[in-house]
Design a protein around this ligand. Structure first.
Ligand SMILES: Nc1ncnc2c1ncn2[C@@H]1O[C@H](COP(=O)(O)OP(=O)(O)O)[C@@H](O)[C@H]1O
Ligand SMILES: [Mg+2]
Length: 376
């Protein structure tokens, strides 16, 4: 691969690349009544991998379709650098696109499929030959160039779709659940392939998924959608460690919740009572004060058991309901303060094999491992 794509990363040290895409106050309704996207403000920087993550129906695809130009915002603007995009037709935006149903042309070979966008752009044949050969190498399908899509596996077809979206060196690539039809192993392999392509070519990618682990694996930043509103846009680690609200805490990763009330506040810390006579320290979420109802959020891997709980500031009694063996770790389902689904996650090596379902044990955690979030 001697050839360099013109959008190779040339300035990796640049701390803040310029904005490529900006949504300002974008709203969308299909029926004139119900807003499926509400006041969307979002900046995507050049070279960024941004994922729109959320449950089905939360407005992700609608946002991507507006960016692609297949849907028009009801109000608000979308900019490509300084250019207002609202009235630019899709084919003039020069974006690459990959969707779940790859929609390869069945009567064309792999090579012809990939060449198609260059043909419609009237690229001279010799140059097109070079680009197609280059990208066939990149997706490691050179030996399959003359096959038709039906003669390929699902993963290979998806790689061809990817190649077809990248071959014309688009300034932006849009992907809507592109891996949804693949089995787990292939999906995880393709996640890494796409991520590596993004890094190697310096692509700007807007990716849509409802799969939180996919979003965390691939993205520089993730915008968590619910009901047409971005709940939080942040790096994967910040979403996990510092969820802005109970929805994000619940949607990203595994999470225990307990309903409680805030008893006292001191700086970032608060004391929360819950259940029948239980209380714990926690970090307080924004907008909460003494007397407020709250939802406590605790990650299963932060919950320590018995011996490992010693010396921790919050220690509570719980009853073991069930062990779930997962190879490298155990999930211990407990009953705590009326919550029968309280999970602890214990590395297999730390497990005290004398524990039995029905035993009363001690759970422990640090204040910093608990968030007191909005109760809604
Ligand atoms: N073309 C359409 N016409 C009418 N309603 C639509 C259309 N596309 C999507 N919707 C509605 O808009 C909402 C958001 O849908 P969508 O953007 O597809 O969400 P997501 O991709 O997050 O699943 C849903 O309630 C959906 O039913
Ligand atoms: Mg969708």
């Amino acid at each position: 691969m001697g050839e360099t794509m013109p959008h190779d990363k040339t300035n990796e040290s640049h701390p803040h690349p310029p904005p490529l895409i900006t949504f300002t106050g974008v709203q969308k309704t299909y029926d004139g009544e119900h807003l499926v996207v509400k006041d969307l403000n979002l900046t995507i920087r050049q070279g960024e991998f941004v994922t729109l993550l959320g449950p089905s129906g939360s407005g992700k695809t609608t946002c991507l379709m507006m960016l692609a130009g297949f849907e028009v915002p009801t109000s608000g603007d979308i900019f490509l650098r300084d250019q207002r995009l609202n009235s630019v037709p899709p084919h003039k935006r020069n974006f690459g696109m990959v969707f779940q149903n790859y929609a390869l042309f069945p009567h064309m070979t792999v090579e012809e499929n990939i060449r198609y966008p260059l043909k419609t752009r009237r690229m001279p044949a010799a140059e097109a030959d070079r680009k197609v050969a280059h990208i066939l190498d990149m997706i490691q399908l050179r030996d399959f160039a003359r096959r038709r899509p039906t003669q390929l596996s699902g993963g290979q077809q998806q790689r061809v779709a990817l190649a077809r979206s990248l071959v014309f060196e688009p300034q932006l690539v849009l992907m809507d659940e592109p891996l949804g039809a693949l089995d787990k192993q292939l999906r995880e392999q393709m996640q890494l392939e796409i991520k590596h392509l993004h890094e190697r070519l310096g692509l700007t990618v807007v990716f849509v998924t409802h799969d939180q682990s996919e979003a965390l694996t691939m993205s520089d930043r993730v915008a968590v959608f619910n009901d047409g509103v971005i709940q939080q846009i942040d790096s994967p680690s910040n979403l996990y460690e510092h969820p802005a609200n109970a929805f994000v805490a619940q949607f990203i990763g595994e999470n225990n919740t307990l309903a409680g009330r805030i008893q006292s506040v001191e700086g970032r810390h608060c004391r929360v009572s819950f259940g029948d006579g239980f209380s714990t320290g926690a970090l307080i979420g924004t907008g909460l004060a003494v007397g407020d109802a709250t939802r406590l959020s605790i990650r299963p891997e932060r919950v320590k058991l018995n011996g490992s709980a010693q010396g921790l500031p919050n220690r509570l009694q719980a009853r073991i309901r069930e062990f779930i063996y997962l190879g490298d770790h155990l999930r211990v389902r407990c009953e705590l303060a009326g919550n029968d689904e309280f999970m602890a996650r214990v590395p297999v090596d730390d497990f005290e094999s004398s524990m039995q379902p029905g035993d009363v044990i001690e759970l422990g955690w640090r204040d910093e491992d608990v968030r007191a979030l909005d109760a809604s």
